[in-house]
Design a protein around this ligand. Structure first.
Ligand code: NAP
Length: 589
């Protein structure tokens, strides 16, 4: 007869599941920094469904997701699940969250439909869950495209920061016998994600001889990508910040590395009309491209660019990617609004491919590498069970080491669990001494995104102010044939930043200060002065009606990176609203 509760590290007899277990819980009433949000509690052990398994957790992997779960933003994962459950949708009723989306452990109980594992099996778990009865899945569709797809222990409950974890049978994969519990808990989430990115995209999947450019080569995803690409016979080139990480990436299999700190062309693309800015950017990105050639020893472009930094690197990734190649992206660590010079995308027929985690087949293909001793888990540091909030706090404060971290749960000491020699010799590289993370993660790897179907009413916060209340009446305009010299005089005399181009009573464009400055690029002053306004204006003047909500006008401006709009009444231009007017109201009044 099993005890009601076992102490941590006191392993219940195989297959005997107690009623209760120790776990680190997050509850909504203490959402906040991890040290506040995570607390030790004793809870009932969940009952596995027919397709589920209870695993006695030996060690758990650490991912940034549970920092966000602790904060309760941008998604209250508990509230979202409870709400869905109440509506009879795919949700869960518990008023708490147990995180931990990576784990190693021993199967203790299996649902009646589970066939791939049995009690006593040593397993690692991938974090992809879905409803096996979803028609899409039943008909053989990739479960990653199913609306029932959830990331275990973030979008679903019962993760590995507890004595028992509840997972679907298909999430369990054999544990590599040569790895310790903590090593085995560290690699699955990042490994499977990198596998799908490199192997999941048809004609663009990695092939022997391909050049693969890998951002963040010493990071969680990057360290896996180097090894997976190398194993496929490809040539990985890693990008890192700092030469001290070169050796690490080269030992993992990179042909060579590039220090991103040697370049300064990062961020959104300059405007395509900004020929000087664009030329400077081109110089920077070409220098980066030739650094790839230097590593390769030949002038070849990457067939695949392995992307996750996002906003700051996407323009570079798309530029350097080979004709017909693929930039594959699974995150936007530095921001989501990536700019794309479409000419390169269409003329050179490149593919910008989104990718998210992995399905069970891909996770197992990745795990096969680990089983064969061909994938180093890149465990950078292991912690004790009691340190679960602390290690999340380190991540929250961006003071954690690179690579993959793990914590012990059922394992009583570090270094236990390996029962065989590694089938292959790997160099087991170490990160530089004292290495810490320096780049924050902005948002979770997974969040519910709105689709076409209305799920919930969207609240728009607006105080009802109309453009009419803030606009300046009267349009200072010019004719399309007025010279740039004339337009400049109007601007200076009237102390305004843009002149509306009027043709037959209609506003047909705007000449902004930016247009004026760009007109001078590649021309003498006299040539620029003589140009007609129509040739330098931004055509198709963006207008709003005086009765428009101020918030809508602001969105029009921010969305187009503009600072003013022409205001119309009955389609006739009657004034201008500028960001200066908005700042005056929002900040000073
Ligand atoms: P990580 O271990 O923190 O590594 C990310 C690396 O990116 C950093 O080590 C850094 O390396 C590099 N980096 C940071 N800022 C950069 C910048 N401005 N330009 C170029 N490189 C930069 O994180 P990870 O585990 O690899 O995960 C990376 C991202 O993928 C995260 O946002 C994570 O949430 C997401 N993710 C998504 C999925 C999915 O399924 N969608 C799965 C796993 C992870 P250097 O400083 O050395 O250059």
């Amino acid at each position: 007869m099993a005890k009601e509760l076992y102490e941590l590290g006191e392993m219940p007899p195989l297959g005997e599941v107690p009623d209760k277990m120790h776990a680190w819980l997050i509850r909504p009433e203490r959402f906040g920094p991890p040290l506040q949000a995570f607390q030790k509690e004793v809870v009932e052990v969940p009952e596995p469904a027919d397709d589920e398994v209870l695993v006695y957790v030996m060690a758990a992997g650490i991912n940034y997701n549970n920092v966000w779960a602790a904060l309760g933003v941008p998604v209250d994962v508990i509230g979202a699940r409870n709400k869905a459950y109440a509506k009879g949708e795919l949700g869960e009723p518990e008023p708490f969250h147990i995180g931990g989306s990576d784990a190693s452990g021993i199967v203790y109980k299996v649902g009646k439909d589970v066939t791939n594992v049995k009690v006593g099996d040593e397993v690692v778990m991938h974090c992809g869950r879905w409803d096996r009865n979803d028609p899409w899945v039943k008909n053989g569709g990739d479960p990653m495209y199913s609306s029932t797809y959830r990331i275990w222990a973030y979008e679903a409950n019962w993760g590995s920061f507890a004595q028992f974890a509840k997972v679907q049978g298909q999430q369990c994969m054999p544990k590599p016998k040569h790895m310790t519990w903590e090593e085995a808990a560290a690699y699955t989430l990042v490994g499977a994600t990198a596998w799908r990115m490199l192997h999941g995209w048809g004609v663009n999947s990695v092939k022997e001889g391909d050049v693969v450019l890998i951002w963040g080569g010493a990071g969680g995803l990057g360290s896996m990508a180097i090894q997976i690409a190398k194993e496929a016979g490809a040539i990985p080139v890693a990008v890192v910040s700092g030469e001290d990480k070169f050796d690490y990436c080269i030992k993992l299999g990179a042909k060579g590395c590039i220090d991103r700190r040697d370049f300064d062309h990062w961020g959104m693309l300059p405007h395509w009309k900004d020929t000087a800015g664009y030329a400077t950017w081109l110089k920077g990105v070409r220098k980066f491209g030739s650094a790839i050639w230097d590593v390769l020893g030949e002038k070849r472009a990457p067939n695949i660019v392995f992307e996750h930094p996002g906003e700051t690197t996407i323009p570079t990734s798309i530029f350097v990617c080979d004709t017909g190649g693929m930039v594959v992206v699974c995150a936007g660590t530095t921001g989501y609004n990536a700019t794309v010079d479409l000419r390169y995308l269409w003329m050179r027929q490149k593919r910008l491919q989104g990718s998210h985690f992995a399905n069970d087949v891909q996770a197992n293909e990745m795990n096969d590498l680990a089983l064969r001793g061909r994938l180093d888990p890149c465990l950078s540091q292991a912690f004790s069970y009691d340190e679960i909030p602390h290690v999340h706090q380190l991540m929250y404060e961006n003071k954690h080491p690179h690579g993959n971290m793990a914590v012990l749960v059922g394992a009583t000491e570090f270094g236990l669990g390996a029962s065989a020699e590694p089938p292959a010799a790997l160099p087991q590289p170490k990160l530089p001494e004292g290495d810490v993370h320096t780049t924050p993660h902005p948002y979770p790897m997974s969040e519910p995104l709105p689709g076409i179907a209305a799920t919930e009413e969207i609240t728009i916060y607006d105080d009802g102010t109309l453009v009419d209340a803030l606009m300046h009446r009267g349009v200072i305009g010019c004719a399309p044939d007025d010279t740039v010299a004339r337009v400049a005089e109007i601007m200076i005399d009237e102390d305004i930043h843009a002149v509306v181009v009027m043709d037959g009573g209609q506003a047909v464009g705007v000449v902004s200060q930016t247009d004026m400055v760009l007109a001078r690029q590649g021309r003498t002053r006299e040539q620029a002065q003589a140009m007609p306004a129509r040739d330098i204006m931004t055509p198709g003047c963006v207008t709003c009606e005086a009765g428009t909500l101020l918030s809508e006008a602001v969105s029009m401006m921010t969305g187009r990176r503009m600072h003013r709009l022409v205001v119309t009444e009955n389609d006739q231009p009657v004034g201008v609203i500028s960001m200066t007017d908005v700042v005056r109201k929002l900040i000073l009044e």
